[in-house]
Write a protein that binds this ligand. Sequence first.
Ligand SMILES: NC(=O)C1=CN([C@@H]2O[C@H](COP(=O)(O)OP(=O)(O)OC[C@H]3O[C@@H](n4cnc5c(N)ncnc54)[C@H](OP(=O)(O)O)[C@@H]3O)[C@@H](O)[C@H]2O)[C@@H](O)CC1
Ligand SMILES: Nc1ncnc2c1ncn2[C@@H]1O[C@H](COP(=O)(O)OP(=O)(O)O)[C@@H](O)[C@H]1O
Ligand SMILES: [K+]
Length: 503
Amino acid sequence: MKVYIVTAKEMYDIDNYTMKKIGMDGKLLMENAGRAVSEKVERLIEKSDRICIFVGPGNNGGDGFVIARTLMNKRYDVTIVQVVPDEKITGDALYHKNVFVNYGGSILIAQQESEVHDVTVNSDVVIDAILGLGVKGDLREGLITAVEVINEVANRVISVDIPSGLPADEGMEEFTSVQADFTIVIEAPKVSAFLQHTALYYGVWDTVSIGLPLIAFQRYAKRNVWGYEQFKDCMPRRDPYSHKGDHGKGLTIGGSATMPGSIVMTAKAALRAGAGLITIGTSEKVINRIASQCIEATYFPIHEQNNHPSIPFEEFDAITIGMGMGRSGNAAALVAHVVEQTDCPLIIDADGLFHVKTDLAKLKVRKSPTIVTPHPGEMAMLLDISVKELLITPFYWSMKIAQTYNVYVVLKGKHTIITTPEGIQVVNKSGNAGLAKGGSGDVLAGILLALVMQQRSVFQALCNACFIHGKAADLLVEETHSDQDLMASDVIEGISKVYRTLS
Ligand SMILES: NC(=O)C1=CN([C@@H]2O[C@H](COP(=O)(O)OP(=O)(O)OC[C@H]3O[C@@H](n4cnc5c(N)ncnc54)[C@H](OP(=O)(O)O)[C@@H]3O)[C@@H](O)[C@H]2O)[C@@H](O)CC1
Ligand SMILES: Nc1ncnc2c1ncn2[C@@H]1O[C@H](COP(=O)(O)OP(=O)(O)O)[C@@H](O)[C@H]1O
Ligand SMILES: [K+]
């Protein structure tokens, strides 16, 4: 199943479409939401748990009333704490509040800190239905108290849809939010579930379906997660009669006297990921040192004094440049030369990004696809902004670079964001902190090179490459390694584990 990622606006559009065009009533959606969340909650709690459900002024609070009724009806010990005065509960939420009361439920209206404190410490589980998609600005009186007390004294917190107070979208730096242990997301994760400064507030999250139609998501949602299903569906299978030329002849340019190893890892990863032939273009001074480390590759010497080496570019199906090449003037000239003179997919990584920054406009006129693969530091450098600014709004900035320079952007991180020049965005969720080690990016560059040569769609190739890279690390950490000891060269071997899941 495709997991869409939505902004608040997209979710409201989907919701409105469902109500107005499909004809499903808002009260019904709220009933479905509350029921679906309750079912998940039951898997997370014990029958003996004392459950306290905090409800706020909007429809997220409305979900809370349905959850309370559903659990109460199954003989759970449920207390509702309404953190706003009665007149604030209106519309569908009021309808479900009345149904809850008619079922015999009682409501504690608590806005004072001491009341909220007492009820929270005397419960085993807090269900947070204070605010959802509709949060705007700083939390007002009453709500802020509840959020602060929950964070201070609650035993276990399960948030409904979004941890209350947390913005759904990117771009917000300051907020006060519930810190959830678990979040039950309605239908689709929101963008904030993938940002470095907001994702942790969700705790562990899972989604529930409330019956919103797929066509509404297809119409309004612009992003999705790239997972195993997508990888499996579009990974090309090897033709039994194929020969090495069918799987691409790739050139990887990089390496220098002080960083000879990275280019070897790129080459090995490319071969392990299925590339037919790989040539390493590197400093003539290091070829002898590294040639024995990747005996499957061929080598092309790059003379340090010659700014325009006569590399036979036309022989290659795709090129990657930058890993370990250093920041010398000669390296800069070589990058400029490759950008201008090649007419095949070009992947620019690491120092290559540093050099290309001076003339990004040249990327725009390349006829073949250009792929840039920055980590946040490199991306911030390309944009002349701080890493902090970038990480608050990474989807926006990725889109900006992709569309301004007509490039594919692979913004690396825990959640790698892949953006096409046309503005399609996906998030790769595979991978773990074992990859936070020198050389991981070089390995990714190799997998990207291999897949770009083997898949017709550059976009699918990039998504699959990121998935394979992360999944290799995940399988290694699950089976034989830990996120502490994992090394980039292990990840190259881990590619086999990922591929074997397909056979
Ligand atoms: N498909 C769907 O989408 C479905 C969605 N559903 C659920 O609905 C949720 C979205 O509901 P929603 O739009 O009512 O927003 P929500 O966050 O509950 O409350 C907004 C209220 O909060 C108030 N408020 C805002 N900021 C505030 C602040 N800083 N401090 C204090 N108050 C603040 C704001 O007041 P106002 O600014 O208008 O004065 C308004 O009264 C969604 O997350 C999901 O759980 C399901 O039920 C069914 C299908
Ligand atoms: N904490 C993490 N969780 C998941 N993936 C990670 C994490 N840290 C790094 N990675 C991945 O590891 C790779 C690191 O790339 P990069 O920073 O360029 O490494 P290097 O330059 O050291 O080779 C990227 O693909 C990134 O997505
Ligand atoms: K919430």
